[in-house]
Design a protein around this ligand. Structure first.
Ligand code: FAD
Ligand code: UDP
Length: 389
């Protein structure tokens, strides 16, 4: 029989933040993770060619919250990055997200912010309160730019029409009338200097009482663990054996390719940077390919290596053997989630935390914020009740 004050399901960001925080108060935590490693989808590793890549898709840390940045800073130093993305459409690389440079490419000459604002005024379709992802984009930029950059990408990624997705999905992407072409607006944009995996390892090292069981589904060990409170960070529908029907998720397939320095000879005409394959960290492919984006992480890590690795990202249906990467934000999925959330609210001894357990399309900083808030709540309400078992 294993004993723990807290049984934590999932060694991703939500699970590890709570494991570290609860361990810091002297509580005994047991983390059970079905994958063979720490970090959940934030996990990064060196590939067979020695290039650091993000195994489960690119993870660009950014935040406006000092509390979240300061908390993680106890476990990592940072490598400042301004994340830049381009979009490849009609055989050409476009400045993205939409900004003055995109407009200049569209009209084929230098322009001014005033002229671009006038174009947007003329083309946008006024919608007082955009209710879906089509409305949120056409109300800002009109049909031409929506169809060029958003419609095809969204259909591929979600297998749903943008009209059938919450406004928050495409509304994540900024539209700017000036020449600022950063992908995000957040004040703090940086990667953990030695990688996410090292950051998680440092959290473990700071938590002496913490035990982690890898390659283990929590359901396999439930009878063998004596615990007082559970932190659950897996999919909420699975927790309830999908009794109201499965929640929908989107999955991904990653295809990796490495280029040696020799194979990159002549590539500078495209990459504009020796030792690189493409012009920016990320290139989106809204229309012409089965993949949605190609990521070349070396642009962001600044790793000193002569070759480079790229990862193509193909959207995929969720099913057996696939990971539930994305909850799907839409009115119908939210209605189904609410049924599960009602059950979860009534659980006396279980906290549901993180992207899958609360079925929210959350970024890393939001998940850290949620986990820290749950720690505060547990500390206030339950901690004195939990005597060591
Ligand atoms: P997860 O990382 O999913 O962790 C949950 C863990 O629980 C997993 O390791 C899983 O294996 C485990 N688990 C599930 N069920 C069980 C079970 N039955 N038994 C045992 N273990 C179980 N955020 C950003 O801020 N910036 C980005 O650029 C960014 N890019 C992203 C790109 C992709 C492709 C994806 C999918 C996400 C991205 N995110 C990004 C979001 C980020 O990954 C999440 O916010 C964060 O990782 C969520 O952490 P979590 O702990 O809630 O979930
Ligand atoms: N999107 C798009 N075209 C793009 C980039 C994004 O249509 O070039 C839409 C698409 O629906 C995507 C969403 O905006 O899923 C959010 O994009 P983001 O880059 O934030 O996706 P994530 O990194 O979360 O996969």
């Amino acid at each position: 029989m294993l004993k723990a004050d807290y049984l934590i399901v999932g060694a991703g960001l939500a699970g590890m933040v709570l494991a570290e925080r609860l361990s810091s108060t002297g509580k005994r935590c047991l983390v059970v993770e079905k994958r063979p490693h720490i970090g959940g989808n934030c996990y990064d590793a060196y590939d067979d060619h020695g290039v650091l890549i993000h195994t489960y898709g690119p993870h660009y840390f950014r935040t406006n919250a000092p509390r979240i940045r300061d908390y993680l800073s106890a476990f990592t130093e940072w490598h400042q990055v301004t994340y830049r993305v381009q979009s490849f459409s009609n055989g050409k690389y476009w400045s993205f997200p939409i900004n003055l440079k995109t407009y200049e490419q569209l009209v084929g000459r230098p322009s001014t912010e005033a002229e671009f604002v006038a174009y947007l005024e003329k083309n946008r379709v006024p919608v007082a309160e955009p209710k879906n992802s089509e409305e949120v984009i056409v109300s800002q930029v009109g049909w031409e730019l929506y169809e060029k950059f958003f419609k095809g990408y969204t259909l591929k990624q979600w297998k749903r029409h943008p009209k059938d997705l919450d406004a928050s999905v495409c509304g994540r992407i900024p539209v700017r009338t000036g020449a600022d072409d950063r992908y995000f607006n957040d004040e703090f944009q940086a990667l953990p200097k030695a990688g996410y995996t090292r950051m998680f390892e440092n959290m473990v090292a700071a938590s002496p009482g913490l035990k982690i069981l890898f390659r283990t589904d929590y359901r396999e060990v439930m009878q063998e663990v004596k615990w007082k409170r559970m932190i659950y960070t897996g999919p909420i529908d699975e927790f309830y054996d999908c009794r109201y029907g499965p929640l929908p998720y989107r999955s991904l397939r990653f295809e990796q390719e490495h280029f040696t320095a020799q194979q990159l000879v002549g590539r500078e005409s495209v990459s504009r940077k020796p030792g690189h394959w493409q012009p920016e960290l990320q290139v989106n492919y809204p229309n012409d390919n089965a993949f949605t984006r190609i990521v070349e992480m070396k642009h962001a890590t600044g790793q000193a290596c002569t070759g480079t690795s790229i990862v193509r990202e193909y959207p995929a249906d969720y099913g057996p053997g696939m990971e539930p990467y994305y909850p799907i934000p839409a009115p119908d999925t939210q209605a189904l989630y609410k049924q599960y959330a009602t059950l979860a609210e009534a659980e006396p001894n279980v906290s549901f935390v993180g992207r899958l357990a609360t079925y929210r399309y959350y970024n890393m900083d939001q998940v850290v914020g949620m986990a820290l808030a749950e720690f505060d709540r547990i500390k206030e309400r339950y901690m004195n009740e939990i005597r060591s078992v």
